[in-house]
Design a protein around this ligand. Structure first.
Ligand code: ADP
Length: 189
């Protein structure tokens, strides 16, 4: 497999983070999760964390200008030169366009966008279970509803964006973690 610049796309609870970690081990390229970076910024009380907090807690997307800055800085770090797995970025058409521009400037291309599909009732069940296990501030029913809505409204259109660029592969995100990992691996080959 030659694809080294990958993007995982899917609704909250689709398993992007879990599958990204598998790919990190397999291909030795970093996972770039804007959700993890924003949570770290929030916990550290940085200026970005303070600006992002109210959006995140409510389940709303953080404004593009904040997230794009965070992602661009991370993608410019040396360890991303050999490749990366984007997890949770881009999430809006404006973010996707900013990423296209950045990759153009760097002279590289996104090789695959893996869209992970999971039925909505299964997603809600998973997120409520994660709420019990991990106690993430935004895994409550009200926020989950908002996040699903944000996904359908703002992120789902990216399927067309990447399909139009000929890099989209769709994978069923149900079954065991191993089964899904295998489907992703097959899709990347
Ligand atoms: P999930 O996919 O389960 O919602 P994430 O960890 O990816 O979890 O994101 C958590 C929150 O961080 C989002 O609800 C949003 O507020 C913020 N966030 C993460 N990535 C982005 C992004 N690319 N654009 C806007 N907001 C983001």
């Amino acid at each position: 497999m030659s694809a080294r610049r990958l993007l995982l796309l899917g609704p909250p609870g689709a398993g992007k983070g879990t599958q990204a970690k598998r790919l990190v081990d397999r291909y030795e390229i970093p996972q770039i999760s804007t959700g993890d970076m924003l949570r770290a910024a929030k916990a550290a009380g940085t200026e970005i964390g303070k600006r992002a907090k109210s959006y995140m807690d409510a389940g709303k997307l953080v404004p593009d200008e904040i997230v794009i800055g965070v992602a661009e800085e991370r993608l410019g770090q040396p360890d991303a030169a050999a490749g990366f797995i984007l997890d949770g970025f881009p999430r809006t058409v404006a973010q996707a366009e900013a990423l296209d521009d950045l990759l153009d400037r760097l002279g590289v291309k996104l090789e695959r966008c893996v869209a992970i599909a999971v039925p909505e009732d299964e997603l809600v069940t998973r997120l409520l279970k994660r709420a019990e296990l991990e106690g993430r501030a935004d895994d409550n029913e009200a926020s989950i509803r908002v996040r699903m809505n944000e996904y359908h409204e703002k992120t789902a259109p990216l399927v067309d964006h990447y399909s139009g660029r000929g890099v989209l592969v769709e994978v069923a995100g149900v079954g065991s973690i191993d089964e899904i990992a295998k489907r992703i691996e097959d899709a990347l080959n």
